[in-house]
Design a protein around this ligand. Structure first.
Ligand code: MG
Length: 240
């Protein structure tokens, strides 16, 4: 079920959230429902090294073009869901990111029209097995474990994504603090660039990259991604 969130009340939606829908009067309190991931993507595309300070902390050169990788749909979890710490990793990191959700089928979109293809914005945690990331020479294994794509809690449709504070908190302690104005490749550029490669479909998620301050999580930890005007995505780290 999809719903429209107003304060602490959720109004059930009828129809297709990407095309035509109506908000009914059937309502629930936020506390009484289980919040699922806010969309059902055919793919999750993530951008590496899209903040200068993060590229510096991992000692990588700034890319000349967006650096794309994919996360599988089986890695998706929602707000309050557990992140499962894999047995094969000894270092699992959080990465707070602003993500956007595609609204309509999009191929070869111009930058000027790009935001018309975007439904809205949400919080994303690009969970990464850091010790595995560099070994195979590419990112898939380290980024694709089940539960490594936390997204939510909601999609916010009426916000300008270009100047939002983004933070992460580990057990309540501030770990990352930046602003989306520091993105090297902005959202219109990313929509245009990615849609030249692959057809974007309604519900597809694009995670725009993380600022500096990445670090490890342990079993038992609480991790929160907080984006101004978008919300707080909270997850808990559990053993496999
Ligand atoms: Mg990332």
């Amino acid at each position: 079920m999809y719903g429209n969130v107003e304060g602490n009340t959720v109004y059930e939606i009828e129809g297709d959230i990407y095309e035509n829908y109506s908000v009914t009067k059937k309502d629930y309190r936020l506390e009484e429902i289980k919040i699922l991931p806010p969309c059902n993507p055919s793919k999750i595309i993530a951008i590496g090294l899209n903040y200068r300070d993060h590229a510096e902390e991992v000692k990588k050169k700034l890319p000349q073009e967006p650096m794309l990788f994919l996360k599988p749909d089986t890695s998706i979890i929602g707000h309050e869901d557990p992140i499962i710490y894999p047995r094969s990793s000894q270092r699992v990191d959080y990465e707070a990111e602003l993500a956007f959700v595609i609204k309509r089928k999009a191929k070869n979109i111009d930058k000027d029209e790009a935001l018309d293809a975007v439904l809205g914005y949400t919080c994303f945690n690009d969970v990464t097995a850091r010790d595995i990331q560099s070994r195979p020479g590419q990112f898939t294994r380290s980024k694709a474990f089940d539960t490594f794509a936390a997204v939510g809690p909601f999609i916010v449709t009426d916000i300008d994504p270009g100047n939002l504070d983004i933070k992460s908190f580990l057990n309540g302690e501030l770990k990352q603090s930046s602003n989306t104005k520091h993105l090297i490749f902005n959202i219109p550029y990313l929509v245009s660039f990615i849609s030249e490669v692959m057809t974007l479909l309604p519900g597809d998620i694009i995670a725009t990259g993380t600022p500096s301050g990445i670090g490890p999580m342990s079993v038992g930890d609480r991790i929160e991604v907080v984006i101004e005007g978008v919300g707080t995505l909270r997850n808990y780290v559990k053993a496999e």
